[in-house]
Design a protein. Sequence first.
Length: 380
Amino acid sequence: MKRPSQTDQPTTGQAPGARHEGAASAAGDSKPPARANLLPDFCSLPMVLGVVVYAELLAILITLTSPQPLATFWTRMGPLSVFVQLIALLSAALMCAARPRLGHIDARLGVLGALVIIIGSSAAITVGATLLIPPEMARRLFPKDGLAGLMIRALCISAIVGALFLRYLYLHQQWRFQVEAVANARFKTLQAKIRPHFLFNSMNTIASLTRSNPKLAEETVLDLADLFRASLATEADTATLSEEFELARRYLNIEQLRLGERMRVDWDIQQAPGEALLPPLILQPLVENAVYHGISPSLHPGFIRIGANYHHGQIHVTIVNSLPLAGNHPTQRHQGHQMAIANVTQRLEAMFPGTASLRHGTRGQDYQVRLAFPHPWRRA
């Protein structure tokens, strides 16, 4: 059996570091958990678009509930839509600016501060509208009880809608906590279930190398130690992409000693930013699946291709492995992918809600797993 050649070693935009430092930092660096922020990022384009859509729906609802004739719907809808959109966008802009401070205080005070921002924005836009709109148009659009009646209506509606909105955000946060808890529980289960036969095979391989190639046996022991160190670590909540590639390389180095010429590994990750953050121990289970469900059952040589690139703020990582021929019952073989796939999907969603994806499936005689996640990433 031969040691993988130098051409099979991964290189990223950031060097993986010394032999022990890459995996050790992925496993051992711990950070104090950040305070969960109730408010979403109102500076992001998707959230701004959501605010605009929901504000427009609110304007339509208010117009429909008006006692005015339905024939005047469109003439009242236009100015009211502008009025509601100004309140919504001003509230979003102020909460975008205040989010860092609101995220570092008590959650109840943060909710109260957000509600004050919404009500204050409503009051400011209402006063501005009464001052800027001509009196003739104001009499047609606004209630006949003057500024006081309009102000009471605007503040009550904004308080009720704001409270419902913040309640929705609270429930959404609780759902995210639940998703993270389930993902972390499955992650710990995955950590506790390191394949026993992989360990036994690795130890047998090391034992056979101790006399024929002691230096290679020592390197294999170090690779195995780094794998277990990363797998058993529980403190770090993020790892860099270069550390994940380094961990996958060490795993494949050990398997290469067992499989020899039956496995060929190709790396194409030069375009990937190595400093990108993602959940720890994401790639190694996917690479392990590629070995155990693609290469090991096959009677013929196979390959594993690992590629990564960066495009329009998203990192795309692809793992492709050859499959055994039809006589090896591929339908039974594919069932083993699902646990690792489900775990990786949940952990990506927990760290990158709504912005990460994982696709997998058979393409001819190959099996492909493709995951994407944003970079740079800001903690929610």
